[in-house]
Design a protein around this ligand. Structure first.
Ligand SMILES: [Zn+2]
Length: 74
């Protein structure tokens, strides 16, 4: 899950927040949604390993140990 840095255009406050696709980030100070978004390099680097499941394994498509067709996706 990406973490973004924002700078509020109304009050100038800078903050970080988790961004979900269903939510709109707000300034914690004045609740404005007029924000300048900046990608937080530090946050994305630390969260990257959890986002990628194992790609190499007995199952050629998804890496499931019981073989092709064994997992929920294939
Ligand atoms: Zn603000």
């Amino acid at each position: 899950m990406p973490i973004f840095e924002y700078a509020c255009q109304d009050c100038g406050r800078e903050f970080e927040t988790l961004v979900r696709s269903s939510t709109v980030p707000q300034c914690p100070e004045c609740h404005s949604t007029k924000l300048n978004k900046r990608l937080s390099v530090f946050a994305t680097a630390t969260s990257a390993p959890d986002a990628m499941p194992a790609m190499a394994g007995p199952c050629g498509t998804c890496g499931h140990p019981d073989g092709p067709g064994s997992c929920a996706l294939h």
